[in-house]
Design a protein around this ligand. Structure first.
Ligand code: ADE
Length: 247
C-alpha cells in the first residue's frame, strides 16, 4: 500500500514513520510512504499556502491552488488513490474504517492546518474526510500518522505474528482481556493463578469472561451492541457470582 501525505510540515513525519512496525514495513517494502510539501506547489513569490477568509473572521484558510497542484502532480505516480482530507468534520475513524482503507492500493492524505481548507478542495478534490476524534488538533498531521499506523498493522506481513491483528480489541468489538508477563510476583501483586495452571480451556474461558466484564464496565456502548452467545452469558453469570461471594 502506498501513502502520499500532503502537508506544510513534512518534518513532523520523520521519526514516527521511521521507527517500529511502520519503519520496518517501509524497509521491507510492504508499504511506501511519500511525504510532499504543499509549499513546494505554491507559485507566488512568498510561497503562501494560506490566506484570510472571505467574509472575515479569525484565522487563516489554506488556499486551494497549492493543494490541487500537488494532487495533480502526484496523481499518476502510482495506482489509483483515494484522496482523504483529515479534518474534525470528517467521519469518525474506527477499526472498521481502518480495515476498509487498508484494502486500497493507495491513499492520499491531505493534512489541513489553520482554520481549515478552502471548501472547494474538500468538495471537489477529495473522496473522503476523516476525523480521528471529537477534539481539535492544531492540524491533520498527527491524525494522518494515526491513520498510517492503524492501517499498516493490518497489512499482511507487517506484524511478526500474522494472526494477532485479528484478535485485537475492536476486531470483534470487545476489549482485550488483561495480559501478564514475568515476574509472577511484582511488588506483592501476583498474576491470576489460572494463567499458570496450564489448563488451556480454563484459560480461554477466564480470558473471555474478563474481556466481556471489562467491555461492560468500560465501554457500555460497545457492550450493548454485542450479540452474546449462550457460553458468554454463562461465563458472565459465573463471574458475577464469584464476585458476589468474594465480597
Ligand atoms: N485536524 C484537526 N483536528 C483533527 C481531528 N480531530 N481529526 C482529523 N484531523 C484534524
Amino acid at each position: 500500500m502506498i501513502f502520499d501525505i500532503l502537508t506544510i510540515f513534512p518534518g513532523m513525519f520523520c521519526s514516527p514513520l521511521e521507527e517500529s512496525i511502520v519503519g520496518k514495513a517501509r524497509e521491507r517494502g510492504l508499504i511506501g510512504v511519500r511525504v510532499h510539501n504543499i509549499r513546494d506547489y505554491a507559485v507566488d513569490k512568498h510561497q503562501m499556502t494560506d490566506d484570510r477568509p472571505f467574509g472575515g473572521g479569525e484565522g487563516m484558510v489554506m488556499k486551494p491552488e497549492p493543494i490541487v497542484s500537488a494532487l495533480r502532480a502526484i496523481a499518476g505516480d502510482g495506482p489509483p488513490a483515494r484522496v482523504v482530507l483529515l479534518t474534525p468534520q470528517g467521519r469518525l475513524f474506527s477499526q472498521q474504517i481502518a480495515r476498509e482503507l487498508s484494502r486500497l492500493p493507495r491513499l492520499v492524505l491531505i493534512c489541513g492546518r489553520y482554520e481549515g481548507v478552502d471548501e472547494r478542495v474538500a468538495e471537489r478534490f477529495t473522496d473522503d474526510q476523516i476525523s480521528i476524534g471529537d477534539y481539535i488538533l492544531t492540524g491533520g498531521e498527527l491524525a494522518a500518522m494515526i491513520v498510517v499506523d492503524a492501517l499498516t498493522r493490518l497489512i499482511p506481513g507487517t506484524l511478526g505474528n500474522a494472526g494477532s491483528a485479528l484478535a485485537d480489541s475492536f476486531s470483534e468489538t470487545v476489549l482485550e482481556y488483561p495480559q501478564y508477563t514475568r515476574p509472577q510476583d511484582f511488588e506483592g501483586v501476583t498474576v491470576p493463578g489460572i494463567l499458570l495452571s496450564g489448563n488451556h480451556e480454563q484459560i480461554r474461558r477466564w480470558r473471555r469472561a474478563q474481556a466481556l466484564m471489562r467491555t461492560r464496565q468500560r465501554r457500555p456502548d460497545l457492550f450493548a451492541r454485542l450479540d452474546l452467545s449462550s457460553e458468554d452469558s454463562a461465563l458472565l453469570e459465573a463471574a458475577e457470582q464469584e464476585h458476589q461471594t468474594a465480597k
